[in-house]
Design a protein around this ligand. Structure first.
Ligand code: MCA
Ligand code: AMP
Length: 504
């Protein structure tokens, strides 16, 4: 049997292929037939390049139905999809290109110049563009090239353990690591979420998440594709746009910031979401206050779940049973989740320890980092999530912290080490500490505490300006504080907990 994930989705498309698969906010419709034909054309184009099996197709494009089709076509052609956040800047992209060595890079037309230069430098042979043209030029349009290709394509046979995607996730060392996900990882997760969340073909998903992360691509899109359900695509999350479309949808997913922003609109209430049967939250902790206020206003509790790039989804609050505020619910069927102490012994009910997981959803390892991969697995094959939590007596898991130094801002992960290294390179900086502080909108916000060298003339705006030129905006500290020294413990380690308290 062909384990290609696309084949699995195709086997579940509705009988009526003229039905709507994707509708955009500005009134464009794409049927299931359109999806099959467009992915066939793009897959034929990719196949015509004569790439080795397992070649990577790196993609940094704005969200659109065509971007989803490019993803599906890549899988269909037996290649490996590598999505990149649209906020990434030149240096960040250059790193991914050098590390992943993709055979193909697809970018937005306005970035073609610098991306093509970087790509060719690191050995990428093919650079295409996808997206709206802003300045009248469009070198290397993927869709123009694909238009001449046949609209039928035999989905390339793949085995369960063949790679489908690589998702970069930053490491504690500051360097991003590529999490290798297989066809089985993604298929098993799509199937278990389908059953857990009771997807039905007549569901309508309002899709407001970006397409370059697990949440928007694998949880949201896969849910609708596997169920043969229609999606309403929004280019990005915009509270007013979501409010306008909610009544037409039955399922909505988002990071906690989306729910905070919906609640900020006084007109949000039962009427706005009268046809919704399921609101799902994840990627960052959902505050109990948000959960409660939402329950009152919308008339139904948000279902919170927990996952990672390395594992796709791990736990979920129940569909029918009680959804408990402050918890991420119960392990998904087929997924083993345990909480262990420093010696690796299982913790009792209510005891806090490290969360470790195992299952068909757990990734194959970090791209070209066998030693790092080995470090992150236990001898009995569990993956160490880096999250810290506890189970209650009914088996609900709560995440109470992280052993990894990580900030989650509006659902995006920021690794302090990466930002500290960049700040420390700035002229006049002696040392720095980057911390997450509570933020009403983003949950956590990135802040930096800096010690300057004597006589240095650097100010907050100067630091922020220099960082914005080098890294994605969401990683740039919202505030900078200057101090004469950083608090350290007896071992000389910076006491970030003290800084977090002070700047909260
Ligand atoms: C934008 N900015 C941010 C963020 N987003 N700063 C910090 N954190 C962010 N998340 C910057 C902007 O560049 C801008 O900077 C300023 O903050 C204000 O922007 P705003 O207009 O408010 O932002 P926005 O465009 O409305 O975006 C906010 C957002 C977006 C809608 C919350 O960040 C978003 O869609 N987040 C979802 C992320 C996601 O999909 N995560 C899933 C990861 P300036 O003022 O300087 O221009 S998958 C995952 O974690 C796992 C596996 C899982 O479990 O799902
Ligand atoms: P990523 O690197 O984007 O895969 O982010 C994965 C991390 O997001 C996990 O290790 C958790 O720390 C965090 N996360 C995801 N879902 C939740 C949730 N519902 N509550 C708290 N943290 C979460």
């Amino acid at each position: 049997m062909n384990a290609n994930l696309y084949a699995l989705f195709a086997s579940r498309f509705p009988a009526d292929r003229d039905a709507c698969c994707i509708e955009t906010h500005d009134g464009h419709y794409y049927s299931w037939n359109d999806l099959e034909r467009a992915t066939a054309k793009i897959a034929n184009l990719l196949a015509s390049l004569g790439l080795e099996p397992g070649s990577r197709v790196a993609v940094q494009v704005e969200k659109s139905p065509e971007a989803l089709m490019l993803y599906l076509a890549t899988i269909r052609a037996g290649l490996v999809y590598l999505p990149l956040n649209t906020a990434y800047r030149q240096e960040e992209i250059a790193y991914f290109l050098a590390d992943a060595e993709p055979a193909v890079m697809v970018c937005s037309p306005q970035n073609f110049g610098w991306i093509a230069q970087s790509a060719f430098k690191s050995g990428t042979r093919h650079v295409f563009t996808l997206g709206e043209v802003q300045d009248g030029r469009n070198s290397g349009s993927l869709l123009d090239r694909a238009a001449h290709q046949p609209d039928e394509f035999e989905t390339v046979p793949r085995a369960d353990d063949d790679l489908a995607a690589i998702l970069y996730t930053s490491g504690t060392t500051g360097r991003s690591k590529g999490a290798m996900l297989t066809h089985r990882n993604l298929a098993s997760n799509a199937q278990v979420l389908h059953a857990t969340w009771r997807w039905q073909q007549d569901d309508v998903l309002l899709h407001a998440l970006p397409l370059f992360h697990v949440h928007g691509l694998f949880v949201a899109s896969h849910g609708a594709l596997y169920s043969g359900s229609k999606m309403i695509f929004l280019p990005r999350f915009d509270a007013a746009q979501v409010m306008a479309q909610l009544a037409r949808a039955s399922v909505f997913m988002g990071v906690p910031t989306y729910y905070v922003r919906l609640l900020a609109d006084p007109s949000f209430g039962r009427e706005t979401c009268r046809n919704i049967r399921l609101f799902i939250s994840g990627s960052a902790p959902l505050l109990s206050e948000t959960f409660k206020e939402f329950h009152e206003r919308a008339g139904m509790p948000i279902l919170e779940r927990y996952g990672m790039s390395e594992t796709v989804m791990l736990t979920s609050n129940p569909y029918d049973g009680e959804r408990r505020a402050g918890t991420v619910g119960l392990p998904l069927e087929g997924v083993q989740v345990r909480v262990v102490d420093a010696e690796g012994a299982s913790c009792g009910v209510g005891e806090i320890g490290d969360i470790q997981v195992k299952g068909p959803n757990v990734f194959q390892g970090y791209w070209r980092m066998p030693a790092k991969t080995a470090e992150e697995f236990t001898d009995d094959g569990y993956f160490k999530t880096g999250d810290v939590g506890r189970f209650d007596a009914d088996g609900y898991l709560s995440i109470v912290g992280r052993s990894k130094d990580l900030i989650i801002s509006g659902g995006y992960n920021v690794y302090p080490k990466e930002i500290e290294s960049l700040i420390d390179e700035l002229e006049g900086v002696a040392e720095s500490a980057v911390i997450g502080v509570p933020h009403a909108d983003f949950g956590e916000a990135v802040n930096a505490v800096i010690v300057l060298r004597p006589g240095a003339q650097l100010d907050e705006a100067g630091v922020i300006g220099q960082l914005k030129a080098r890294i994605a905006n969401f990683k740039v500290p919202k505030r900078i504080f200057f101090v004469s020294e950083l608090p350290r413990n007896a071992m000389g380690k910076v006491q970030k907990n003290l800084l977090r308290q002070q700047y909260a």
